[in-house]
Design a protein around this ligand. Structure first.
Ligand SMILES: [Zn+2]
Length: 478
């Protein structure tokens, strides 16, 4: 005698990331029965995905005529951005939100409930009745992909975006330039895409627009990164006059050169035009050495003219000029965390990666911050010591990702300044074929860290929910 699907009895409590509030009302909805569905106009773009999801479980779904069982995607103007709810009774499922992303997230939850309910066979599939009300802890839930060191095809990037969307990640930070590779085909620097250290490949403007279009359809904002004034050897090899002493092996732009600054602004303009709808531009600002600047006559003359005392102050002047330029184009600049006491204008977002105290300093300077501290959110770090890695990399377990909290120290000082989190996948040791193995297992834990309130997070309960979704094929099949 078959037993009742034990997971469906608890289907409201199998969701990842953990929702804000869940309440049971008793009874169950049978998704195998004939259902009508109604979708408010705002969500028409999600109709195909919704119908295909239901078809995947062989649900009999009709837009008309009215059947006694219904699934409704309804606009609720009273909800805030990305907020959603699911109200399940024995004959009706009502999903509500005020925007597209809210409804997308309601559908990811419904998909998880369906996957677990149908895992025991359509005949026994049941969804528990009750209500889920949910909204994110952080509005910025990002993922950074390094396409500069190792290259990924557009198809692979679309696959990554699909997986990110399933875990409600809403920012895709695209690291496109570095010492070992330049991946953007631009009119101003077109010859750069021919010279790579690790593997070949570049993105045409049409391909970039294809990625942006795919991300937009998934509710994800794409943020390009052009890393300056360090991490620039690839561009310097082709344009040695950009660096101090025209040394083609240098990694740093000559920040004292007016011509170099003008050239960089031309590139920035073209990137800004290409990412036309994107409100953010990342301009790096990390790990530049002062060695060449300290010896360069041009840089030293600029330091004297501007009455600075050292090369770091000139570097800061360079970054200030570039952030101001981005702002003048109507965009918000993002930079990597500051390793010195120098500051940025308040409209610059600082992505903190160095240590857990960095967000406190950034908050005191009046900047918003994104939390990406390396020992808990750098996905290139090995999950086990046998994975290829550098000696300076920490071991990063799934639990380490799960326990990440941007408010870990002095929450009262950083609460207003932390926009959210961003996991980063650097690719020195991650060729294209290893990408998914580095992210699939970690994204559910990261999703809960970025979305769920601490009071709703519990490691053993997360593992239970993840095991159930794994058993239903949802994590590996995304
Ligand atoms: Zn110089």
């Amino acid at each position: 005698m078959p037993t009742k699907n034990s997971q469906s009895a608890n289907s409201l409590r199998n969701i990842i990331p953990a929702p804000l509030e869940v309440s049971d009302s008793g009874g169950s909805f049978n998704p195998s029965q004939l259902c009508s569905f109604h979708i408010d106009e705002l969500y028409f773009s999600l109709k195909k995905e919704f119908v295909e999801m239901c078809a995947g479980y062989r649900m009999e779904l009709h837009e008309t005529p009215e059947n006694s069982a219904q699934i409704i995607l309804k606009r609720n103007a009273g909800y805030s951005e990305e907020e959603w709810s699911a109200n399940i009774s024995d004959m009706k499922i009502t999903l509500e939100s005020s925007d597209l992303n809210g409804m997308r997230y309601a559908l990811t939850a419904l998909r998880q409930m369906f996957a677990i309910a149908f895992n025991c066979g359509a005949h026994y599939a049941e969804l528990a009745c009750g209500k889920i009300h949910d909204q994110p802890r952080f509005g910025w839930r990002g993922f950074m992909l390094d396409s500069a060191r190792h290259f990924q095809s557009v198809e692979t990037i679309k696959g990554i975006l699909n997986v990110l969307a399933a875990w409600r990640i809403n920012r895709f930070h695209w690291h496109l330039t570095d010492n070992s590779g330049w991946r953007l085909e631009l009119d101003s620097v077109s010859s750069l895409v021919e010279d790579f250290e690790l593997d070949r490949g570049s993105y045409s403007k049409a391909q970039v627009l294809e990625v942006i279009s795919h991300a937009t359809a998934k509710g994800i904002t794409v943020i390009p990164e052009f890393d300056i004034p360090g991490h620039s050897r690839c561009i310097i090899k082709k344009y040695p006059n950009l660096t101090c002493g025209e040394n083609p092996e240098s990694r740093e732009i000559c920040i004292g050169s007016r011509q170099a600054r003008k050239f960089i602004k031309n590139i920035l303009s073209e990137i800004i035009d290409l990412f036309a709808e994107n409100p953010y531009i990342h301009i790096g600002g990390d790990e530049a050495k002062t060695t060449n600047w300290d010896k360069c006559l041009v840089c030293q003359a600029a330091i004297e003219e501007k009455k600075f005392s050292n090369s770091r102050e000139l570097e800061h002047d360079f970054m200030q000029e570039m952030t101001r330029f981005v702002v003048s184009k109507g965009r918000t600049p993002i930079v990597w965390g500051i390793c010195s006491d120098l500051t940025y204008p308040p409209d610059t977002i600082v992505q903190c990666w160095l240590d857990i105290r960095e967000p406190v300093r950034v908050a005191q300077n009046g900047n918003k911050t994104i939390y990406s501290v390396h020992n808990s959110l750098y996905f290139d770090y090995p999950a086990v010591p046998s994975e290829p890695h550098e000696s300076w990399m920490f071991e990063l377990s799934e639990r380490g990702v799960y326990m990440t909290d941007p408010h870990i120290i002095w929450p009262e000082k950083v609460a207003d300044s932390v926009l959210g989190t961003e996991a980063c996948l650097w690719t020195e040791f991650v060729p294209e074929w290893r990408i998914f193995s580095k992210i699939i297992e970690r994204l559910p834990a990261y999703s809960e860290c970025a979305w769920s309130q601490n009071k709703n997070k519990e490691w053993s309960d997360f593992q239970r929910r993840k095991d159930n979704l794994l058993a239903a094929g949802l994590i590996s099949d995304l």
